[in-house]
Write a protein that binds this ligand. Sequence first.
Ligand SMILES: [Zn+2]
Length: 349
Amino acid sequence: MIDKTTKKSPDFSSELEFPFPNLPTPGKTIELAPEIRWLRMPLPFALDHINLWLIKDNNGWAAIDTGISSDKTRDLWDKILLNELDGYPITKMVVTHYHPDHLGNASWLMDKFNIPLFMTLTEYLTAHAQHSGTAGNDQSKQLFASHGLDKNLLNSMTAGGSAYKKIVPNLPNNMVRMINGDLISIGSNQWRVIVGYGHSPEHASLHCESLGIIISGDMLLPKISTNVSVWPIDPLGNPLKAFLSSINEFKKLPEKTLILPSHGIPFIGAHARVKMLYAHHNDRLEETVSACDTPITAYELLPIMFKRKLDSHQIFFAMGEAIAHLNYLWHAKELSRITRNDQQIRFKN
Ligand SMILES: [Zn+2]
């Protein structure tokens, strides 16, 4: 996720409500509704936390997402398991998507409790492809090189699949497949799977109509815009279009639905937040089109799209995002694409 300076997007932020402004202390939970608890785990990035959720199940708790695999996170999990579950075990796990902050401890928790993992098939298989290095950093480096990324920055990217493996050392060998529209029973409630695209290949959000709650994962966040990147296995793909049509689903939710996002704090205002994201991406697309008056690479687009200095980890996401905006406009036939000296150049039609 990248925090971008917005220039002129209409601001609907006053329409968002934040009913739980206080953060859970590390190793503790906050009750958001009867039998729904919120916990946070640290992340060693600019985005320094992830929210995880516990939902009371029959004879235990369902865990939604798991944090990256690190000693720090596992120590905090041990505290939660000991003190915050009223003596009950974890009974099942749902992982929204394959990213390390969501999947990192799934295998560890499965082994500890001998429990099933619910995931969509594409997320599960993508995790394995990342882990084995067949869809890892080597392929991203090639993609970014073809989009003009500076050689020093390219060299600073970790080689092989090791970046993913470092924080997701082990992967489960099986899962329970979730499909869009499936109902997952947790305790006495049913949670409907809403699949979304553009951030990851088959991201699952979970909506409980009777409780008026949605676990949105990374698809709908209150403050930062979800990272939407082109990935090397689909270099001419259009993830931005897929993302924008996916988040339209959230406009069908009842207005007062409580949204539990993976980053930031719980909020109400799905409709306003979707409007803000549409406006945000429209602004970025307009900037991109005018930047393409002169032929440009994705790397040359970065200072136009991202006004503040980016660290090397953020540049990785920013490149994916810049290519996503260029691909969107190319698919919309507003830009043309040529390859010159092994680099992809886009320019206005
Ligand atoms: Zn993610």
